[in-house]
Design a protein around this ligand. Structure first.
Ligand code: SIN
Ligand code: CO
Length: 403
């Protein structure tokens, strides 16, 4: 891949002259924000250029799409990767976009980019999606349910946005495109510009020339997703949260027609469900709720998962190997977060939880492809070896770069 310069941002990235406090107060989850020239010269040191993106899109395990068409013609077409060079030549010179999800998982040094956004909770960061568009290329006007930072890495793209829009979608099975769109603001983004959009702002980006856009996507679970996962977790606990009860049943209730579910039954169901949320309930007041959420969020919207190490190591072996190698590679598909209470702190990784000192947990959660015990002066004490051995055996670290 390309020059390391593209991985080391200037001080102006990503918010330019704006302070984090100003961004959070005035824009974050509130309104769009255009930040001009936050990385001047980025197009000369791209960490992933168009050819490299096509290389990643050619790999078997990549989530890549080619979207062609225009808003004027409503002729959208979607194809799914992996792609070969003929797939692009067939599309011609204009009106198509290659979009690749999770690029930082396929090119792990790019993960470092996410650390530029660590003024936000790191578990909110989802992935870096990179798109290459031919002139006129677009994915159509649409809304997203997540916040996104759209960084213009090379070439120019016109972004139009609108707070109010007609939600009617085109009748298309594969992409959600608004049938009508008229932007109330329009900006031509040049390399180094960054546009932040909160969820549900309609946006429409059209390449004015061949261009690359890096989208830093956030994730936020919906109430339905939380409920679905919480219910699954709750169903495995010993206390199933009470059961439907009808001790108040009277003879009068039974003159209803055979098989009828009457309104009293529905009211009892509502009461049982509502009791999940009162102050004494077993569900949302459960002391393990924080534990559940951390485990849930580590796996949320992740399209790959770490596999346990083929050869598990013991702690003594790990201590020797680690002292020698000094560096471990994070599995690009591993997600980490941690939490603490007054007495303990725990590290969560996709599919697991382990007690872990806070300082070590913070190091493990850093968005970077490696954990360097030498340059980061990490003490190889017994606890560190224990934690790292467990994580290694579960497949969260490697001694070699597996990307
Ligand atoms: C794109 O990169 O073309 C689309 C990004 C987006 O609209 O979210
Ligand atoms: Co979008």
């Amino acid at each position: 891949m390309n020059t390391i310069d593209g991985l080391v941002p200037p001080d102006s990235f990503p918010l330019g002259e704006m302070t984090t406090a100003e961004f959070l107060r005035d824009y974050w989850q509130k309104k769009p924000c255009l930040l001009r020239a936050v990385w001047p010269g980025i197009e000369k040191c791209l960490p992933v250029n168009a050819d490299e993106l096509a290389g990643i899109a050619a790999e078997e395990n990549t989530e890549a799409r080619l979207i062609s068409g225009t808003h004027a013609k409503h002729n959208w077409k979607v194809e799914y990767g992996p792609f070969e060079s003929e797939d692009y030549t067939q599309l011609g010179e204009a009106d198509w976009t290659l979009l690749v999800q999770d690029v930082e998982k396929h090119y792990p040094p790019l993960k470092q980019w996410l650390s530029n956004f660590s003024f936000l909770p790191s578990w909110r960061l989802d992935d870096i999606m990179i798109s290459f568009a031919a002139a006129g290329g677009s994915v159509g006007p649409h809304t997203d349910q997540y916040d996104v930072f759209l960084f213009q890495a090379s070439g120019k793209r016109r972004w139009q946005i609108s707070d109010t829009y007609n939600p009617e979608l085109l009748d298309h099975e594969e992409i959600k495109v608004l049938r009508e769109f008229s932007g109330d603001q329009s900006w031509d983004l040049e390399p180094g510009d960054l546009l932040y959009l909160p969820p549900n702002v309609a946006h429409f980006g059209v390449a004015l020339e061949p261009c690359l856009s890096y989208s830093i996507g956030l994730r936020a679970p919906s109430r339905a997703e939380l409920f679905a996962h919480l219910a699954e977790w709750f169903s495995h606990s010993d206390d199933q949260g009470g059961r439907y009860q009808d001790a108040d049943l009277t003879n009068n209730d039974l003159d209803a027609s055979l098989g009828k579910v009457d309104q009293q039954a529905i009211t009892r169901v509502q009461m049982l469900l509502n009791s999940s949320f009162d102050s004494s309930n077993e569900l949302t007041q459960n002391p393990d709720l924080a534990d559940w959420f951390c485990q849930f969020i580590c796996a949320y919207r992740l399209s790959g998962a770490p596999e346990p190490a083929q050869v598990a190591l013991g702690e003594n072996e790990m201590a020797i190997l680690l002292a020698d190698a000094g560096v471990l590679y994070r599995n690009p598909w591993s997600r980490f977060c941690w939490r603490s209470d007054n007495n303990s702190s725990w590290l969560y990784a996709t599919g697991m939880k382990i007690e872990c000192p806070q300082q070590l947990a913070e190091l493990i959660c850093e968005p970077a492809d490696t954990l360097n015990f030498k340059t980061q002066n990490i003490l190889l004490d017994t606890t560190t070896i224990q934690v790292i051995t467990t994580l290694y055996n579960k497949g969260h670290f490697f001694f070699e770069n597996h990307a």
